[in-house]
Design a protein around this ligand. Structure first.
Ligand code: 9D3
Length: 248
C-alpha cells in the first residue's frame, strides 16, 4: 500500500510515521509514504493556501487549486488501480476496525489533511471519494488523523507485524477488550500476580484470559456486547465473572 498525505505540515507526518511499526514497514518497502504540500503548488509570492470564507465569519478556508494540484501529483506518481482519496474531517464517518480492514487492500490511499476551518466544499465533492473522522471531538487538523489511518492499516498488511504480534492480532480484536497483563516482579505494593498465570496450566490461562476479556468488556464497554453473539461457553464464563465479582 502506498500512502500519500496532502498536508501543509509534511514534517509532522514524516517525523511521526518514520518511527516504530510504520517506520519499519516503510524501510522494508512494505509500505510507501509520500507527502504533498499544497504550498508547493501555489504561484503567488506569499504561497497562499487559504482565503476568507464566502458568507463571512471567522476562520479561513483552504483554497481548491493548491489542494487539487497536490492530489493530481500524488495520483500521477503511481500507476495504481485501487485508489481512494479520503478527506479527514469532523464530518466524516467515524473510523472503526471494520472500515480499516475493508481498506487494507487498496494500492494507493491519498489522505487529505485539512487545517483552518476546513476546505472548499467543491474539492470534497469533486476529488474526495470518502470522508473519515476520528470521532466526535475536535482536533486542530487532519494530520493526526492521517497518522492514525496509516498506523492502523499498516499493521494489517502482510509481513508488517512480526509472527508474535500477528498471532496476537488473530487471537484478539474479536470485538472484546483485552485481558490484563502482568510482568515481573511477582508482588508490587502487596499485590500478587493472579495465581493462574504462574500455574503453567495453559488451558486454564486461556480460559481465565477469555473470562477477563468478557468481564472487562461487560464492565467498561457494555455497548460492544450488544451487537455480539456470545457462545454458550462465553455466556457461562461471563456469568461466573459476575458471580465472583459479587462475592468479592
Ligand atoms: C472548532 C471549529 N469547528 C466548528 C466551527 C470546526 C472545525 C474545523 C476544523 C473543527 C475541527 C477542525 C479540524 N479537525 C480535523 O481536521 C479533523 C478531525 C476532528 O477535528 N475531529 C475528529 N476527526 C477529525 S479528522 C480531521
Amino acid at each position: 500500500m502506498h500512502f500519500d498525505v496532502v498536508t501543509i505540515f509534511p514534517d509532522m507526518v514524516l517525523n511521526s510515521a518514520l518511527n516504530g511499526v510504520t517506520g519499519r514497514a516503510i524501510k522494508q518497502g512494505r509500505v510507501g509514504l509520500s507527502v504533498w504540500n499544497p504550498r508547493d503548488y501555489t504561484a503567488d509570492r506569499h504561497k497562499t493556501v487559504d482565503d476568507r470564507s464566502y458568507g463571512g465569519g471567522p476562520g479561513m478556508v483552504m483554497k481548491y487549486q493548491p489542494l487539487k494540484d497536490a492530489v493530481d501529483n500524488a495520483k500521477g506518481s503511481i500507476n495504481a488501480e485501487r485508489v481512494k482519496v479520503v478527506y479527514l474531517s469532523p464530518q466524516g464517518i467515524p473510523l472503526t476496525q471494520q472500515l480499516l480492514n475493508e481498506n487494507a487492500t487498496l494500492q494507493q490511499l491519498i489522505l487529505v489533511a485539512g487545517r483552518y476551518e476546513g476546505i472548499d466544499e467543491r474539492f470534497i465533492e469533486d476529488e474526495c471519494t470518502e470522508e473519515w473522522s476520528l470521532g466526535d471531538f475536535v482536533i486542530s487538523g487532519g494530520e493526526l488523523a492521517a497518522l492514525v489511518v496509516i498506523d492502523a492499516i499498516s499493521r494489517l498488511l502482510p509481513g508488517v507485524l512480526g509472527d508474535d504480534e500477528s498471532a496476537q492480532q488473530d487471537s484478539h480484536m474479536h470485538g472484546l477488550l483485552d485481558y490484563p497483563h502482568y510482568t515481573r516482579p511477582e508482588i508490587i505494593a502487596g499485590k500478587q500476580v493472579p495465581d493462574i498465570l504462574l500455574s503453567g496450566n495453559h488451558k486454564g490461562i486461556e480460559r481465565w484470559r477469555l473470562q477477563q476479556s468478557l468481564g472487562r468488556t461487560w464492565q467498561k464497554r457494555p455497548d460492544l456486547l450488544l451487537d455480539k453473539e456470545l457462545t454458550t461457553q462465553q455466556q457461562a464464563l461471563l456469568e461466573e465473572f459476575k458471580i465472583e465479582l459479587k462475592n468479592k
